[in-house]
Design a protein around this ligand. Structure first.
Ligand code: TRP
Length: 335
């Protein structure tokens, strides 16, 4: 009989804290799709993370559904993967509390994302924003994940996750798998269209700095035509021309054309034509996804079934890890 190989576990998540951008799609979702055959993937909508900053309830609800629909429309098969909503699995909050009790203030203070975000919120920084990396660690450790696909901005949180896992394993006995970051080979980091030194972010204050997955063709064309370039006027993949480089990256991940091919093709042509083609490529890529998202959102019942099934599987696996942890730290189980 053929021996069933145990697949490695992957965990990743996106916050429903803003509408998703093509950065989320090209940088994360497109890669997640590629992993689904080879790995046992848990793709979560991390709503507990989203409330570390203020959320309007009806928007949070709408976006949570929308992120799930986008996962599926992007090609993540709910039959092959576990798709679920974080707050449906109470073990995340429970393990996060435990990890918080074993995380040092100093460690959390060093997180650069916290330092950046707390600058934005001035005097109203929620304790949850500070503690958030312990929750992220809980997400990952509950599923004994081997690999975590994340962008460079999350690597520090993953390092902390590894430290916390080792700390627990050493203090008690081996309990958690130590996860590795998974940086995809063709990792596309899409930058802010107005400031290409920064990563494209759904929480930017300037809508011209990002393209949303659900943006209409008109809006996409406008935003691309307004994207910051330079006065050099040559389509070239270079660190001297970060705006152009970013648009080339977008074209490259969507069309598969190499940077060389793109440079040659646009020789002697201006940015206007180049930008028009980038806009068209995005519009074509997003069109079928947008259509599918709308269909799915019109059929809430089927989305509900999907997240319910996902929650059942996730709860089962997560609770197994949580029970072990509780037993080891001396909590008394209900007989
Ligand atoms: N912190 C991640 C972000 O803001 C989202 C996230 C939460 C996550 N939990 C996770 C990513 C676990 C990977 C694994 O992008």
């Amino acid at each position: 009989m053929e021996q069933q190989e145990v697949k490695k576990v992957i965990f990743s998540g996106i916050q429903p804290s803003g509408d998703l951008t093509i950065g989320n799609y090209l940088g994360a979702l497109k890669n997640w799709v590629k992993l689904q055959g080879e790995y046992d993937c848990y793709y979560c909508i991390v709503d507990l993370h989203a409330i570390t900053v203020k959320q309007i309830p009806k928007d949070l609800r709408r976006r949570t559904f929308e992120v799930l629909a986008i996962y599926i429309a992007a090609g993540i098969d709910p039959e092959k993967n576990t798709l679920f909503i974080q707050s449906h699995v109470p073990a995340h909050s429970e393990l996060a509390w435990n990890l918080n009790c074993n995380t040092y203030m100093g460690e959390l203070s060093r997180m650069t994302q916290y330092k950046d975000k707390s600058k934005r919120y001035g005097n109203n920084i929620a304790a949850g924003l500070f503690n958030y990396p312990a929750l992220m660690a809980a997400d990952i450790l509950l599923y004994q994940a081997d690999l975590v696909p994340v962008g460079a901005d999350q690597k520090q949180h993953l390092e902390l996750t590894r430290d916390l896992a080792e700390r627990f394993n050493n203090a008690y006995s081996p309990t958690f798998k130590i996860p590795e970051p998974y940086i995809p080979k063709a990792g596309a980091k899409i930058m802010d269209l107005q400031d290409p030194t920064k990563k494209m972010s759904k929480s930017s204050d300037n809508p011209n700095s990002y393209i949303l997955i659900m943006d209409t063709p008109d809006v996409i064309r406008k935003k691309i035509s307004r994207a910051v370039t330079d006065s050099i006027g040559i389509v070239k993949y270079s660190d001297e021309q970060l705006g152009v480089k970013n648009l080339m990256t977008i074209l490259n991940v969507i069309t598969g054309k190499t940077f060389d091919e793109i440079e040659k093709y646009y020789q002697g042509k201006g940015y206007a034509e180049f930008k028009k083609d980038v806009g068209d490529a995005i519009i074509n890529e997003l069109e079928p996804i947008q259509k599918k998202v709308k269909e799915l959102l019109d059929d809430k019942k089927s989305l509900e079934e999907i997240y319910k099934k996902g929650a059942e599987k996730a709860n089962y696996v997560a609770n197994k890890t949580l029970r072990k942890v509780q037993k080891k730290i001396g909590f008394i189980p209900i007989k």
